[in-house]
Design a protein around this ligand. Structure first.
Ligand SMILES: [Zn+2]
Length: 701
């Protein structure tokens, strides 16, 4: 927000927003249990105000920034939806907690040190860490808090990743800060089958766009406070330190850990045998695993600790309605699979569980409370799935379904944990529609829509010009019952009509400025009224960028992910950077490159043809004779992958240093000349700058 940027005073909430924000708290019965659960087992509070980045130049995590949530009384400020305020106060509870204990086993959690939780279990020879947060720095400090306050000094004996989202593995190397970044050679690292493939495909292929949109989703650039960021619903925000990955060594569902047969099933598992369950001891701790692919994440697993009658629900059940489609952009999830795996978890573990925890939010204690919670979350995802399908068959489109079903049935809506703090009913219904039937609603009027700039130009002209549209928008903004959604739709046309392209409309500077200011105010009101943390973050970040322009990104590249890429993935990532139209026009005959990895003997062929880069493992006998053979080490390949815009110059330098051998560099240079490098701060709330003929992009060799 603008509190400290000095551009304007913060926008105050309108009377209608204030009234709506106050009213919302009365729609769900009061319940102090969440606050008791969030505090239960507290051992130590955070002992630092901020966690600095490794280079000491920035802040990876800011505890002090959220003190306003902890210090305030229960009454929400008028500029925050009261339900979201409650969730913000809960997610701001940070520290080291004991979750449960029996014999020589204890489960601890460090919460509020990142978007996610770190869980630590005492094993026979050391400690087992589950989900080491999102950044090296936060993991380092979370582990230090644990060490300082438990006095447990035994080494890390295993690491477990519940799923392939970055907030569950990004801090893995930070666990070994205490040993001078030395990772034991025989350290077992467990993950669900498919982990690495999905971690890479999700974070690398559409990585730049997701990172840009994540800036909106978690509002890293906003000030924290009643007029700004109050959390993200799932946690406060995501840390901005170094993303790392210690690659898994053991996959549940992989060759080493296969489903148990009835004959193999140990009575020590407590839960009865069921088809598809895995039994495996981790540092002497007996565990039962349930794979849940295609739920909250493509590769995810729940697991059970028989000795402790405790289940870990990964991210499949949290104290919010979760996302069917993350607003940062992702492949749409499957709410039917999600609810089905929750049923399986309830049926398998429910009767034998006294404690349940997840990798976000606080645990739950008590068998009945746990079964009720999991069952209601299950019902919620099933309801989303089934009701979308029912209304699709009645001919409704996604936008209509989202408006028609604005509330869950009372039995689900009456629980705080089913509120839409991270996912929302509105965007989830549209996501389920997209999953089953796609972007097109069958109405040919929506088959070939005008793009934003052209649509803006035509609407603004038809409505009497930009000044007139701004006047209508202001009237709707100031009405007794303000129409903020209509205001942002109208003004979006004015702002995009000004796009600097051949189609654009000349919007006078003062009118454009007025449109942006009013648009920012309307988005701010929508943000203040949002129960969903990520909606609030999107609206308020959009408003901020309308005032100040796009901001530099804060996220840091993940070199460990690049090093874990297969050759196929490396060239898939390269292929999506090719300027297809240009390459297709200029190169009418294929360019074949042979790649040889010295050391491993791996070999592959890439062919640039018709604007695409085709990858074939080994030799491609049908592609014709290679124009060039490139021999390089895996290390040199990783360096190239990390080069970004410096790809070409790094390649040339590696050739000069003889780290790379190439027999016909001109052919290789031609291919590399078509690689493009996206601007990491592309605009979202304003039109893109003009293609002036000097577009950032192809680096010609
Ligand atoms: Zn997560």
């Amino acid at each position: 927000m603008t509190d400290t940027h000095g551009f304007t005073e913060p926008v105050e909430p309108s009377p209608s927003v204030v009234e709506a924000n106050r009213g919302v708290i009365n729609t769900v019965p009061p319940n102090a249990e969440d606050f008791e659960d969030a505090q239960r087992g507290l051992i130590a509070l955070p002992d630092v105000a901020v966690i600095p980045t490794r280079d000491d130049k920035g802040v990876a995590w800011n505890f002090a920034g959220y003190d306003f949530l902890l210090d305030s009384d229960d009454q929400a400020p008028p500029s925050v939806n009261a339900s979201l305020w409650r969730q913000g106060k809960l997610t701001a509870v940070a520290g080291l907690f004991q979750v449960t204990s029996s014999g020589n086993r204890t489960i601890y959690q460090v919460r509020g040190y990142d978007l996610s939780n770190m869980t630590i279990v005492t094993g026979d020879t050391g400690i087992v860490v589950i989900d080491p947060l999102a950044s090296y720095e936060t993991a380092q400090y979370a582990l230090k808090l644990f060490r300082d306050h438990t006095g447990i000094t035994t080494p890390i004996s295993a690491v477990i990743y519940t799923h392939s989202h970055v907030d569950h593995f990004g801090g893995s190397r930070g666990l070994f800060h205490e040993t001078g970044d030395v990772i034991p050679k025989d350290l077992p690292v467990y993950a669900p089958e498919g982990f690495l493939e999905h971690a890479i495909s999700e974070n690398v292929y559409a990585g730049p766009a997701m990172a840009r949109r994540a800036e909106y989703m978690y509002a890293a650039k906003l000030d924290k406070g009643p007029h700004g960021q109050v959390g993200s619903g799932l946690g406060l925000t995501i840390s901005t330190g170094e993303v790392t990955l210690v690659p898994p060594t053991h996959y549940v569902g992989g060759p080493l850990i296969q489903p148990a047969t009835p004959g193999e099933w140990s009575p020590a598992n407590v839960v009865p045998w069921r088809k598809g369950l895995y039994q495996h001891s981790v540092d002497g701790i007996p565990m039962v695993f349930q794979l849940t692919p295609g739920t909250e994440c493509p590769a995810e697993m729940n697991f059970y600790f028989p000795e402790l009658r405790t289940m870990c629900m990964a991210e499949n059940s949290t104290h919010t309605l979760h996302n069917i489609l993350s607003l940062r952009g992702a492949q749409v999830r499957d709410p039917h699979a999600w609810s089905t795996y929750l049923t399986e978890a309830i049926q398998t573990f429910g009767e034998y569980t006294d404690v349940e925890f997840a990798s976000h939010h606080w645990p739950r204690w008590g068998r009945e409370r746990i079964v009720e919670f999991l069952s209601n979350q299950r019902d919620m995802y099933a309801y989303l799935n089934d009701q979308t399908l029912r209304l699709i068959d009645e001919g409704f489109n996604g936008i209509e379904i989202a408006e028609k079903l604005r509330h869950l049935p009372p039995g689900l809506a009456e629980h705080w944990y089913n509120q839409g703090y991270y996912g929302s009913l509105s965007h989830n219904f549209k996501a389920v529609y997209q999953r089953y039937i796609g972007w097109f609603d069958g109405n040919p009027a929506h088959l070939w829509n005008l793009p934003p700039v052209q649509a803006g130009v035509h609407y603004v002209q038809a409505m009497g010009g930009p000044a007139e549209v701004v006047r209508i928008a202001r009237e709707a903004y100031q009405a007794e019952t303000p129409q903020y959604r209509w205001v942002v739709e109208l003004l979006n046309h004015v702002i995009f009509a000004s796009g600097d392209t051949a189609d654009a409309f000349e919007v006078p500077a003062d009118v454009l400025q007025e449109a942006k200011t009013l648009q920012a105010e309307a988005m701010t009101q929508l943000g203040y009224g949002a129960e969903n943390g990520t909606w609030r973050n999107f609206y308020l970040t959009g408003a901020e960028e309308l005032r100040t322009g796009p901001q530099k990104p804060t996220s840091h590249g993940a070199s460990d992910l690049v090093r874990s890429m297969s050759l196929d993935q490396f060239f898939t990532a390269m292929a999506k950077s090719v300027d297809g139209p240009k390459a297709a026009l200029e190169q009418r005959s294929p360019i074949v490159l042979r790649w040889v990895l010295t050391g491993t003997g791996q070999e592959c062929t890439t062919t640039l043809r018709n604007g695409v880069l085709i990858y074939v493992e080994g030799q491609d006998k049908l592609a014709g004779k290679p124009q060039a053979t490139i021999s390089l080490t895996r290390e040199a390949l990783d360096q190239l992958a990390l080069s970004g815009i410096h790809f070409k110059e790094n390649f040339d330098e590696a050739v000069r240093n003889e780290q790379i051998q190439v027999d016909d560099q001109a052919a290789a240079d031609t291919v590399f000349g078509y690689l493009t490098y996206p601007d990491p701060v592309f605009p979202l709330v304003t039109p893109r700058p003009a293609p002036s003929g000097q577009e950032p992009g192809p680096v010609t060799g």
